[in-house]
Write a protein that binds this ligand. Structure first.
Ligand SMILES: [Fe+2]
Length: 335
């Protein structure tokens, strides 16, 4: 096994672990609003399914109100061992998941190691499939070779994050978006690890080392099977009284049609449909101006929210962002 051989294409976002004490709200949000299949394991553990994998979201009780881990499905044992060898070769501790931890996530062969912003990175091989039929309001979700969606992270150290995902997963830059939100200029880098346009987005305030977002992830994304699923879940989010962050719109770069709801934990949840798939033989990175062709209007943001962003941004100056320098190399500056 050559540790330098690329693992690109063999890595897929597989599950997400969320720590929250707001179980009742999350139950309604995930099941009744977004329309996923829910399994209650016990008073402190709940899972959502999108497909025949036993677990796509694992919610456990705790105070973080945040994503605490992302799980990556690795296609085969050789690639799994190759990634493990890379992480170990950089002197970063790799911990084997216990049998119970693997069962909760519905996977075999579980490993974890530290990730950017304190989001633990987990890798696994074979997911456990369940014959139990899906009981959910959505007609279906797109997962498969593309993985289950994406995570978007705000960072004061975007070059280090690119370095990290390049070192560990051979992530490739798909494109950039320059955007101004609430008067703050952002540059967003979109990274892919397979045919999905991006599995990771990294947003940074231009020219200033501030992070305006409290949570480790700014938003998560899942992809619905049909346009009706977007429209109907949007309606349910609204009717059930959950906050909408961005109304329905279409992105400039991956052309995904989506909206963003606010989760009970505070970070946002994007429900999208029909993003483009990357053709590796022809793709060239470019920079788009603005995140949306149309729509994605910010809903109900008040002056208090704006002040909140500045307060959090100022606080982030005094609280350095957690990185994993050993896996970030010299960092990858923007092209
Ligand atoms: Fe997104």
């Amino acid at each position: 096994m050559n540790p330098a051989a690329s693992v690109f294409g063999s890595v897929h976002l597989g599950y997400i672990v969320i720590e929250t004490n707001r179980f009742a709200d999350w139950r309604r949000f995930g099941t009744d609003a977004i329309g996923m299949h829910r399994d209650d394991l016990d008073a402190g553990l709940m899972r959502f399914r999108l497909d025949d994998q036993e677990c796509r979201f694992l919610l456990r009780r705790g105070p973080a109100e945040d994503v605490v881990a992302t799980g990556w499905h690795i296609d085969d044992h050789a690639t799994f061992e190759q990634i493990e060898a890379r992480v170990r070769a950089h002197g970063v501790p790799v911990v084997e998941g216990t049998k119970e931890e693997a069962e909760l996530r519905g996977v075999e062969r579980l490993l974890r190691f530290p990730g950017p912003k304190g989001i633990t990175q987990e890798i696994y091989t074979t997911p456990v499939l369940t014959p139990e039929p899906l009981r959910m309001l959505a007609s279906g979700f797109v997962t498969g070779d593309s993985g289950m969606g994406h995570v978007a992270i705000t960072s004061t150290k975007p070059a280090q994050l690119r370095g990290y995902f390049n070192t560990v997963f051979d992530a490739r830059l798909t494109d950039y978006i320059d955007e101004t939100i609430s008067g703050v200029k952002l540059k967003i880098r979109f990274l892919r690890v397979n045919e999905r346009h991006h599995s990771i987005a990294i947003a940074a305030v231009r020219g200033l080392p501030i992070d305006p977002i409290r949570t480790r992830v700014q938003h998560l994304n899942i992809q619905t099977a049909t346009l009706d699923d977007v429209a109907q879940s949007y309606q349910r989010v609204h009717e059930l009284g959950f906050d909408m962050a961005l109304s329905v719109g279409q992105h400039t770069n991956d052309k995904e049609l989506s909206y963003y709801a606010r989760t009970p934990s505070g970070f946002e949840w994007e429900v999208g449909w029909n993003p483009i798939v990357i053709d590796e033989t022809t793709w060239e990175p470019s920079t788009h101006q603005g995140i949306s062709i149309w729509g994605h209007t910010r809903v109900g943001e008040t002056i208090v929210d704006k002040l909140d962003h500045f307060r959090l941004g100022a606080r982030s100056l005094a609280r350095p962002e957690r990185t994993v320098p050993a896996l970030s190399g010299a960092g990858i500056p923007d092209d």
